[in-house]
Design a protein around this ligand. Structure first.
Ligand SMILES: Nc1ncnc2c1ncn2[C@@H]1O[C@H](COP(=O)(O)OP(=O)(O)O)[C@@H](O)[C@H]1O
Ligand SMILES: [Mg+2]
Length: 265
């Protein structure tokens, strides 16, 4: 696989929903290039098209106009080539499967042999620190652990692109901060590009190389902020002046976008 397999390019992407008379423009004229192996966060109010952008990058929706390329291919081709993977807000684990069996679900769908599935699932559970819980059932795991199983499942087939839609939003703040640190450790051990949606500006700035700010109705890029913090990121950086200043700039971009009229809804 080429080292650019994880490049994501949005080119003048517009996605509209609904019949002509009552069309909702979810995202409009989005142009954005995300380098392979980078970590980019998307923030914006509800309805700013964050999930739409992720689903478009994952080849799950067809653009109304414009293009998305993942590793130089169409997003659909990249999905079919198993180059992209998703983590959602809910872990969506099968209750009657162990953690390991849950991680194996996509591998089973892909037709991997039993031995290949087991090896990949065990490695992936180890990556997220859950080897000891491979044989536990979801109800025996905390919410944070369940979400780590979902992450292991998403990474088991070594995708080039990991699309995460508010993956920790349902968790308490303490668990969330711990998982943010763990996610960065996991990411550092993969070559995956991460596109991460969150409502939390601090989470975005802590995790990402760059934060992309979207406005709502229609969803447009209103700002891009590079995060001036080195890696590896440490828990202390959550209160570093650079991070706080970055969060303040993000907050200002959003406040200005609310103050400006966007035309008819
Ligand atoms: N399948 C769909 N059908 C109709 N409208 C949709 C659909 N998906 C999203 N939308 C609309 O597109 C806009 C952006 O939605 P979404 O991408 O979910 O935003 P976000 O994730 O930022 O909250 C919203 O106005 C939403 O109602
Ligand atoms: Mg959403």
């Amino acid at each position: 696989m080429s080292s650019n397999a994880g490049t994501i390019q949005f080119e003048q992407l517009t996605v509209a929903f609904g019949p002509a008379a009552r069309t909702v423009i979810a995202v409009e004229q989005i142009s954005l290039e995300i380098a392979a192996g980078s970590f980019v966060a998307l923030v914006g109010p509800s309805g700013s098209g964050k999930s739409t952008l992720l689903r478009a990058a994952g080849g799950l929706i067809t653009p109304t106009s414009g293009h998305i390329r993942v590793g130089g291919r169409s997003a659909t081709a990249a999905r079919l080539a198993r180059q992209v993977s998703f983590v959602f807000q809910q872990p969506v684990l099968l209750a009657w499967h162990t953690a390991q069996a849950n991680v194996e679900v996509p591998l089973r769908i892909f037709g991997w042999s039993r031995a290949e599935r087991q090896r990949a699932a065990q490695q992936s559970l180890e990556l997220v620190g859950l080897s000891r819980f491979a044989h536990a059932y979801p109800h025996q795991l905390s919410g944070g652990m369940q979400q780590r199983v979902a992450l292991a499942r998403a990474l088991a087939f070594a995708p080039s692109v990991l699309l995460m839609d508010e993956p920790f939003a349902a968790l308490d703040e303490i668990t969330r901060e711990r998982l943010n640190g763990e996610l960065l450790n996991v990411w550092a051990q993969t070559n995956a590009t991460v596109l991460f949606v969150t409502h939390s500006l601090a989470e975005a700035a802590f995790l990402a190389d760059e934060v992309v700010v979207l406005s709502a109705h229609p969803g447009r890029i209103i700002a891009r902020e590079r995060v001036p913090l080195p890696r590896p990121r440490t828990a202390e950086m959550l209160v570093a002046p650079e991070l706080l200043a970055c969060v303040a700039r993000l907050r200002l971009h959003l406040a200005r976008s609310f103050a400006e009229p966007h035309g008819p809804p």
